[in-house]
Design a protein around this ligand. Structure first.
Ligand code: NDP
Ligand code: TDO
Ligand code: MG
Length: 293
């Protein structure tokens, strides 16, 4: 199947490129394809004539978004709606990626798809607008909310921790934000599972959560990263858990980012491995590739 994937160097886009044997992936990349310029989106869809669209590109700089709200809204809020409408015109369903940051983090259990949203920052608000634009587009859609994405590619928390540990022996990391990291390698598997399910049974619209299994805090995630790094003789640092107030950032982040992934597992028959297992796979790959960060 011919699949248009937005973004080329993004974590999820690169993981898809590795795994999508049997499909023809066509990547659209900035600046020729610019989610803040509707005409470039429409031109890409008209040229590629995809049978399905994976909407993976986004403005993902959470703190920077606080000072660029219009640009973040154009890219995350408006662009996906233009893309989905262009797809709808040629009958292409869309898999659109969203985030745990659409929630305010106040609940004391993992968030379900229908729980009330309430983004704390600009990034989350713009991603919520993007979900709603896709849902209103007329396209058949799966909106997949992810969280804490990491991979051997691009920028992410795992690579940041390994890089910082090269020059520091101790790091302060917040321990009052809970969530579950999602490996882009597992996310690519999940996306292709949706594609194949739709090929067999026809596409239907829905909203889903997908992360690794289990839960952790950023501090314990960092400790696990260094434990894996140590197995390879890589850089490590002592992690001191601190409250969010001890690591001031422009954007507020949810205290509870845990997502309940039951609906995805029941609908598509795939659940990600325990986050610790997926982390080991990614750290192994980083070391196999040479320098970890
Ligand atoms: N990273 C995370 O922790 C999480 C991500 N998500 C969501 O998952 C999806 C995939 O994330 P991930 O793979 O990590 O993203 P990345 O940040 O790795 O990649 C984002 C991609 O979007 C592209 N992009 C940025 N601005 C534009 C623009 N104006 N027009 C077109 N493309 C643009 C980037 O291109 P360039 O490099 O050229 O700027 C890059 O290829 C996103 O929708 C994100 O919101 C959800 C939860 C967590
Ligand atoms: C680097 C560093 C971060 N932190 C904290 C800040 C933050 O609360 C947490 C994670 O840092 P990051 O900068 O990776 O977080 P952030 O960029 O907010 O990550 C988010 O990205 C977007 C795109 C999403 O959609 C979310 O799911 C989530 O993955 O760790 C420390 O406490 N110490 C440190 O040394
Ligand atoms: Mg060190």
């Amino acid at each position: 199947m011919r699949i248009l994937v937005t973004g080329h160097d993004g974590q999820v886009a690169q993981a898809l490129a590795e795994q999508a044997q049997g499909h023809e992936l066509v990547f659209t990349a900035y600046p020729e394809f610019d989610l803040s310029k509707p005409e470039t989106i429409e031109a890409a869809v008209a040229r590629i004539q995809p049978e399905l669209i994976v909407s993976a590109a986004a403005y993902t700089a959470v703190d920077k978004a606080e000072s660029e709200p219009e640009l973040a809204m154009a890219i995350n809020g408006d662009g996906p709606g233009v893309l989905a409408r262009a797809g709808a015109e040629i009958g292409a369903p869309i898999i659109h990626l969203s985030t745990d940051y659409v929630f305010d983090g106040s609940l004391d259990r993992p968030w379900r798809e229908e729980d009330p949203t309430g983004p704390l920052g600009v990034y989350g608000a713009t991603k919520l607008a993007g979900e709603q634009a896709v849902q209103a587009s007329g396209a058949t859609h799966a909106v997949l909310r992810l969280a804490w994405v990491y991979s051997p590619f691009g920028n992410n928390f795992v690579k940041t921790m390994l890089r910082l540990a090269e020059t520091r022996d101790a790091l302060n990391v917040v321990e009052d934000q809970r969530g579950c990291p999602g490996s882009a390698l597992d996310i690519a598997t999940a996306i292709l599972t949706v594609v194949e399910h739709w090929q067999r049974e026809g596409a239907t619209s829905g909203l889903y959560h997908f992360t690794g299994s289990g839960e952790t805090t950023w501090a314990d995630f960092a400790r696990a990263i260094f434990a894996e790094s140590a197995k390879h003789g890589g850089p490590t640092a002592e992690v001191t858990g601190i409250p969010t107030s001890g690591y001031p950032t422009p954007a507020k982040r949810p205290a509870n980012s845990r997502l309940d992934c039951t609906r995805f597992a029941e609908t598509f028959g795939y659940r990600a491995p325990a986050w610790q297992e997926s982390l080991a796979v990614v750290v192994d790959r980083l070391f196999a590739a040479g320098r970890p960060a």
